[in-house]
Design a protein around this ligand. Structure first.
Ligand SMILES: [Zn+2]
Length: 304
């Protein structure tokens, strides 16, 4: 079984008619999951309601000033944080619901010994302490990592970020904590320009793997075997979080890597070796058919 943490409310984060980070991304994934082989073993769960007690966890990563600004923008009918990052009237509440979904997934993966996939938007891995950017509002994966360290029995957490873009926000929000390990594979050069191989974090707890445009599944396989798996084996995480973006697909319009959907199953396979407690959550991925098929391929090794 795999838990899918999802709410149709996430469709109401509006980004405008031409934005690649659109509600149809979720609809495409939901449709594909409902009819995938093994669909009966997907356990659909709604995120729990957002309550006041979520705030201390969010404030571990974001400033109160930024939250106030986001809330005000949404309340006043929407706006944008930068040229890429719109905020619609419901976006602040939905970004908080996305955080809630990630924390529920952490609880689920720890208590049920069953992987969880968070199907939420807006995404989060570019959001830094004082602002969202790059389609992202609140950094759910970083908040989830810090939250996980408050759970019984969790001493160390690792994050693998296979979105084609470097998770600049996540790295910045976790690198000061020697109990959180972050590794990212990303096209380089590419947005947002961070993630050089020499950036290893304050405690040698960061592993950046910049990849030349055009690399395929073999490049990712080699990176896992030579670098990521040794890094994770040494980290010995009690919980593994995945920033699962799907914009490294060959068909994706935003970048130039050459993965095919089956390559994501290969990466899941590798990660299952590292920890039985696995939480994956959607970041990017903008070619809808490839996106939907890739999420299916990501989940297959966890079901069969
Ligand atoms: Zn991305």
């Amino acid at each position: 079984m795999v838990a899918i943490i999802y709410s149709a409310d996430f469709l109401h984060h509006e980004t405008g008619p031409t934005h690649p980070e659109c509600p149809a991304r979720l609809t495409a994934i939901v449709t594909a999951l409902r009819k995938m082989p093994g669909a009966n073993y997907l356990h659909w769960q709604r995120p729990s309601p957002v309550a006041w007690n979520l705030d201390p966890y969010i404030l571990r990563c974001h400033s109160q000033e930024y939250l106030n600004k986001l809330a005000k923008l949404a309340e006043e009918g929407g706006g944008s944080l930068d040229v890429d990052t719109p905020v619609s009237p419901q976006s602040y509440d939905l970004a908080r619901l996305a955080v809630r979904a990630w924390l529920d997934a952490v609880d689920h993966a720890l208590s049920q010994q069953e992987a969880a996939f968070v199907l939420a938007r807006p995404p989060g891995h570019h959001a830094i302490r004082n602002t969202g950017m790059g389609f992202c509002l609140l950094n759910s994966v970083a908040i989830a990592a810090h939250y996980a360290l408050t759970r019984p029995g969790v001493e160390r957490v690792a994050i693998v970020d296979w979105d084609v873009h470097h998770g600049n926000g996540t790295e910045a929000l976790v690198e000061n904590n020697p109990r959180i390990f972050y590794c990212s594979l990303h096209q380089f050069p590419c947005y947002p320009g961070t993630g050089a191989a020499g950036d290893r974090g304050k405690h040698n707890n960061v592993l950046n793997i910049p990849l030349k445009p055009g690399g395929d599944g073999h490049v990712y396989q080699e990176a896992f075997e030579d670098k990521i798996l040794p890094f994770l084996r040494q980290a010995k995480p009690d919980l593994l979080l995945v920033s699962a973006g799907y914009d490294a697909n060959r068909a994706d319009p935003l970048a130039y890597m050459n993965l095919i959907p089956e390559d994501y199953g290969m990466m899941t396979h590798y990660l299952m070796e590292i920890s039985p407690h696995l939480v994956l959550g959607l970041e990017g991925g903008y070619h809808l058919p490839s996106l939907a098929k890739s999420v299916v391929e990501t989940l297959k090794p966890l079901l069969f």
